[in-house]
Every structure is written in C-alpha cells, then in structure tokens.
Design a protein around this ligand. Structure first.
Ligand code: ZN
Length: 285
C-alpha cells in the first residue's frame, strides 16, 4: 500500500479558543502547531486565517504572514490554503489564496447546507476559480461534501480548467451534508476516476473512525481541530495529539507514513512549485 499522507486542518473558521484552548489562531500559534504536527508525522497543512479579533478573514496579508511563519519553522511541509466561503462571499477575495501560489489550495466543487447556512459554491464561481487554478498551476484539493461534487469537478476537467491526476478530500459527517459512514466513503471512492488520490475528513466523532477506514482502504487522512475538537475518549484534542494517534494506528496496521517529498510524489506536485509562494509574499494583490 502507498505510504499514508497525513493532512492537518489546523484552525478552520468555526472553532474558537473557548471551545478548545489548543486551537491555533494567530500566525505564530499556527506555525508552532505546524512544527509540532510535522515532527509527529504530518506533511500537508490546510490553512485558514483569522483577523486580530480571531474572526475568520480572507485578508491576503494575514495569509502571507501565516505562510511566512510556517516557511520559517517548517520549510519542508506542503501548504494548502483554504478558499472556503465562511470567511466571506467575495469571489475575488476567496480566490486570492490561489493567486498566492501555494503548492495546493482547497476547492469545494458545489454547494451544500452547513449548520445555519448554505455553503454557496455556484457554477459560475466554480468556473471562475477553476480558471485561476489553471492559470496558476496550483493543485486543487477537491473538497467533496456531496457525491454530485465529483461530477462537477469532472465537468471542470472536461472544460480544460483542472487537470488529472486529481486529489479528492471527502468531507463526511458535516451537519447538513453527506453522513459520515464507511458505506458513503466507499461509494465516493468508487466514483472517482482511476489514478486519483483521495483523503477523508470525518467531522466530529467520525474523524478518527473514518481516518482508520481510509488507512485500511489505501486512502489518506485529514484530521485536525477544524473538523473535530475531541479525542475519542472525550478529552480535548490538540492537532499534534491527533497526528500522534493516527501515526500510532497506522504503524500498528503495518502501513508507513509519507515524508513531505514522498507526499509530493504521491500527489504529483511539481518540485519546482515547492517554494514558489516565497516569491509572492511581497507582491500586492
Ligand atoms: Zn477548511
């Protein structure tokens, strides 16, 4: 079996320090958590930004600051910036993290319900963002909350805007979207084109169980406080503790953990794009 890629969704838009004091929110805290998670075996980091009031923000300057700090303490890891919509609805602002040219950026290819809101990703926005992925050569992580989002991604491919091999992340168990079951995961895995890679992000209680399923099925895992705030025993989680747990389980099963460069190989990330973002940090967007 391929070595396991461990992604950490460090912060997200919803959790607060009141919910879990281990949540990293400032650029310094995020970079510190990245270092500790990388030491524990994680290689890919899904990054959201917060403003000075710790509220979700799409301010590109905050993203730059976070990237600068991560590159200082963990130059080897893969950075994936979020283009998620909970920090704002402005298309241009949502796409700026792609224009910053990280190795990867997240890309949700459809709309669904989330608690108290519609997560809006209409066809016109998908087209707009897919073209920017095409222009910049940034690899999208296709976030799939519902099965139809796979078809939407394949449509964008047909139009020539996103290119295989694809990497899908199945976000399962979010209230309002597809439930977190192994049956659903298997169905989604069976629905993506051959040659694609995939990971699963189980929300809440399903984070560790679905990660275990993915480890056994040959997929990859996304864990972290964005998706779940607790350890399976009900105690408060931290990002490094979640990574340590996954590494332990993976080794017990006899699968190996991918290093950052092995993950780049598995995800077909061009080596020359590794530090492209450093040249962008002083640009005005
Ligand atoms: Zn996210």
């Amino acid at each position: 079996m391929e070595k396991l890629i461990i992604t950490v969704a460090l912060t997200g838009n919803v959790p607060t320090k009141e919910m879990n004091p281990n949540l990293p929110v400032t650029p310094d805290e995020i970079a510190y958590d990245v270092r500790r998670c990388a030491d524990a075996g994680a290689v890919l980091f899904h990054v959201h930004a917060r403003d000075a009031q710790l509220k979700p923000t799409l301010d590109i300057e905050v993203f730059k600051e976070i990237v600068r700090k991560i590159k200082e303490v963990a130059p080897e890891v893969i950075i994936q910036l979020s283009t998620g919509g909970r920090a704002g609805k402005d298309w241009e602002a949502r796409s700026k993290p792609i224009r910053l040219c990280p190795e990867m950026a997240s890309f949700t290819t459809g709309s669904n319900n989330l608690p108290g809101m519609v997560y809006e990703n209409p066809p016109q926005l998908l087209e707009y963002m897919a073209k920017i992925f095409n222009e910049t050569g940034v690899k999208p992580e296709i976030e799939v909350f519902e099965a139809g989002m796979i078809n939407n991604a394949l449509y964008l491919h047909k139009k020539g805007w996103i290119h295989p091999p694809f990497h899908f992340d199945f976000v399962l168990g979010a209230p309002g979207a597809m439930a977190g079951s192994v049956k659903n995961l298997q169905f989604l895995v069976d629905s993506i084109p051959p040659g694609s890679t995939w990971s699963v992000a189980g929300i809440g209680k399903m984070e560790i169980p679905l990660a275990v399923a993915a480890i056994v099925m040959g997929g990859h895992v996304r864990i972290g406080l964005e998706d779940n705030l607790y350890m399976p025993d009900g105690s408060l989680a931290s990002n490094p503790a979640l990574v340590e747990k996954i590494v332990r389980i993976t080794r017990e099963i006899g699968r190996e953990i991918a290093s950052p460069d092995e993950a780049r190989e598995i995800l077909s990330l061009p080596k020359e794009n590794k530090d492209r973002i450093l040249n962008m940090l002083d640009k005005v967007f």
